[in-house]
Design a protein around this ligand. Structure first.
Ligand code: ATP
Ligand code: MG
Length: 204
């Protein structure tokens, strides 16, 4: 892995991972001719958050199942190692150090994340140190995304690339709700992940 030059990083909760994530990562890889995309599942947030998230190791295993058949996808446990809250800026620095990368990495996000970027720790530095990908996502207005990206470029000299991906109106939230309601999730995520969810009785 050490000799890869153009690296993409796909962060997320992946609770669970679905085809929206995989299509996004693959499209960015192809458009930008990246050598490898690393999926980086988030750790479990410290107590006192109102959102209940599936155990980090189960989420990690689902990402593993979902990415194993793509030789240009890999997975990193950077954010699973500590029980503290992980911030993207710190994780990226750690990943670069571990992989011996000096170049900028390509950090992949969907529209909802870019629209909310001001809430991220040290977001100005984060945007300066890396190339960001802002992908369109169903449910988030395209013109809002354009406006936001040009504002960040103009005011912060951020390097943000807008990418259009095949529109998949899939979200982990919707998948969790469907399972709770006994609705189908088939074709929204890889079959191996679907079977894993049933085996471990997740999202009931
Ligand atoms: P949740 O509903 O729990 O927030 P999610 O589907 O948004 O789950 P995340 O793990 O939060 O999945 O997202 C990881 C990254 O993938 C984010 O940058 C998000 O914007 C992006 N993403 C997720 N689903 C899609 C999709 N269908 N199209 C484009 N981008 C997506
Ligand atoms: Mg999300």
């Amino acid at each position: 892995m050490a000799n890869y030059k153009k690296i993409g990083i796909m962060g997320g909760t992946f609770d669970p991972v679905h085809y929206g994530h995989l299509v996004l990562a693959e499209q960015v890889r192809s458009n930008l001719r990246l050598d490898c995309i690393y999926f980086v599942p988030s750790g479990d947030p410290p107590h006192k958050t109102d959102k209940v998230i599936t155990d980090k190791y189960l989420r990690y295993e689902m990402v593993l199942l979902a990415t194993v058949d793509n030789p240009r996808f890999d997975i990193l446990d950077t954010e699973l190692k500590s029980d503290k809250k992980n911030y993207t800026i710190d994780s990226i620095r750690e990943i670069k150090k571990d992989l011996g990368i000096n170049d900028k990495i390509y950090f992949i996000t969907g529209a909802d994340q870019i629209l909310n970027i001001e809430s991220w720790k040290d977001y100005k530095t984060l945007l300066r140190e890396n190339v960001f990908i802002g992908a369109s996502r169903p449910g988030y207005a395209e013109d809002e995304l354009y406006k936001k990206i040009s504002m960040l470029k103009k005011e912060l000299h951020a390097n943000i690339i807008h990418i259009e991906v095949p529109a998949l109106a899939i979200s982990s939230t919707d998948i969790r709700n469907r399972i709770r309601e006994g609705n189908t999730i088939r074709y929204l995520l890889p079959e191996s992940v679907e079977q894993y969810i049933y085996k471990h009785k997740l999202y009931k």
